[in-house]
Design a protein around this ligand. Structure first.
Ligand SMILES: [Zn+2]
Length: 382
């Protein structure tokens, strides 16, 4: 009897202690103010690999993986999206650069594009394809997720400007110039030492993208390719899913010399959440399994703000494209923690809205305007 009482007393103490630690754990708390700011903003993520996961796990068939149910192996499914506050998404239509060897880059990319179109068609209450920035605003206001596509790697066009145009016509609104393998017209970050960047044809591709209003994405490319693209482009660029190299010295991240060029270009770095791209270099050296937390990701946001300015940062989570994520950012339901942390660090509501997606939307609008101007100049020449 006495032992029982002691046991109960011990359990009460334990429960109280648990409760206290829970109340003090900012992970578990999103204040009503942060929730309101989060939901009032335009959360527009630059990179999500759900289509790739559906290909990998279910052979590209939405009948074989039910995204209307919570799928533990996915960072993204419909129930989780409902909690995310996500308003717009660039879905990645990625195929491996190894398709250069099998010579089916275009075919496989078209399959991924079809998969995104199918997903949007199958869940019309959740998604709608957006062709323009105005579409994004209209669709987001209707409570659905405005969906655009990004081709992750110039290998997908198989060296053809006509294919680039075809991708645009199918709804692709950015192209990452390379993935992790260099092309004959652009070098990748895996080839940093070559000193080479864009070839004359690579420059032509950038100009053609400007004319179409397709965003030039500089994630995955070498620093020289970044410099060359910034020299050639008439429109603001994006880094669809890259973080700050000054904090985490990885070739996939953006160095300060490039961040400092962004105010002139107008472009935006959309911060990648992956642990290996955000945990500070020294910490990773000491423990390669270090994951970082949601605060680590906000450190990257702040670094871009300090180096380039508040107009040049956003979010490109890379959900479903990465394995290890920081504590507190495990899937798409966790975006509100970024909002909470920005609020804790005294950012204003309008600044938070810029970071969540306002900046990337502005860049999309600017690229559309540049395309109109370039096309009207072309028309004048004729
Ligand atoms: Zn990537």
């Amino acid at each position: 009897m006495t032992t029982g009482k002691h046991l109960i007393a011990a359990m009460v103490v334990l429960l109280v202690a648990l409760n206290i630690s829970r109340a003090e754990d900012p992970l578990l708390e999103i204040t009503p103010e942060a929730r309101r700011i989060h939901n009032a903003g335009m959360l527009f993520d630059g990179h999500n690999d759900l289509p790739w996961q559906i290909s990998k796990l279910a052979g590209g068939s939405l009948d074989r993986i039910d995204i209307t149910q919570r799928q533990p192996e996915l960072h993204t499914d419909l129930p989780k999206l409902k909690e995310s506050g996500l308003k717009a998404q660039f879905w990645s239509v990625y195929v491996s650069a190894d398709t250069l060897d099998t010579q089916d880059s275009l075919l496989r990319t078209l399959e991924q594009i079809s998969l995104v179109q199918q997903m949007v068609k199958q869940f019309p209450d959740h998604f709608e394809m957006a062709a323009t920035a105005a579409d994004v605003e209209r669709i987001a206001a209707s409570g659905k997720i405005a969906s655009m596509m990004g081709v992750e790697g110039g290998h997908s066009i198989e060296g053809s400007l006509q294919t680039l145009q075809r991708f645009y016509d199918l709804g692709v609104r950015y192209m990452t110039l390379t993935h992790n393998r260099s092309l004959d017209w652009a070098t990748s970050c895996t080839d940093e030492d070559s000193g080479k960047g864009l070839s004359p044809f690579g420059e032509e591709i950038v100009r053609e993208m400007n004319r179409m209003g397709m965003l030039v994405d500089l994630s995955h490319v070498s620093v020289q390719t970044m410099h060359d693209a910034l020299r050639v482009t008439a429109a603001p660029v994006i880094f669809s899913h890259s973080s700050a190299r000054a904090i985490c010295d990885h070739s996939r991240n953006v160095p300060d010399e490039i961040l400092r060029k962004l105010p002139e270009n107008g472009g935006v770095v959309l911060i990648n959440f992956m642990s290996g791209f955000v945990v500070p270099t020294e910490e990773l050296k000491a423990n390669e399994k270090a994951r970082g937390t949601w605060k680590t990701v906000v450190d990257h946001i702040e670094h871009v703000i300090k180096t380039a300015g508040i107009d040049h940062v956003g979010l490109g989570s890379d959900y479903d494209g990465v394995t290890t994520l920081p504590v507190g950012l495990e899937d798409v339901t966790t975006y509100p923690r970024i909002t909470q942390e920005l609020l804790n660090r005294s950012y204003t509501e309008s600044e938070i809205h810029q970071i969540l997606g306002g900046n990337v939307l502005r860049v999309l609008k600017q690229a559309e305007r540049v395309a109109e101007i370039l096309r009207s100049k072309d028309a004048d020449k004729e």
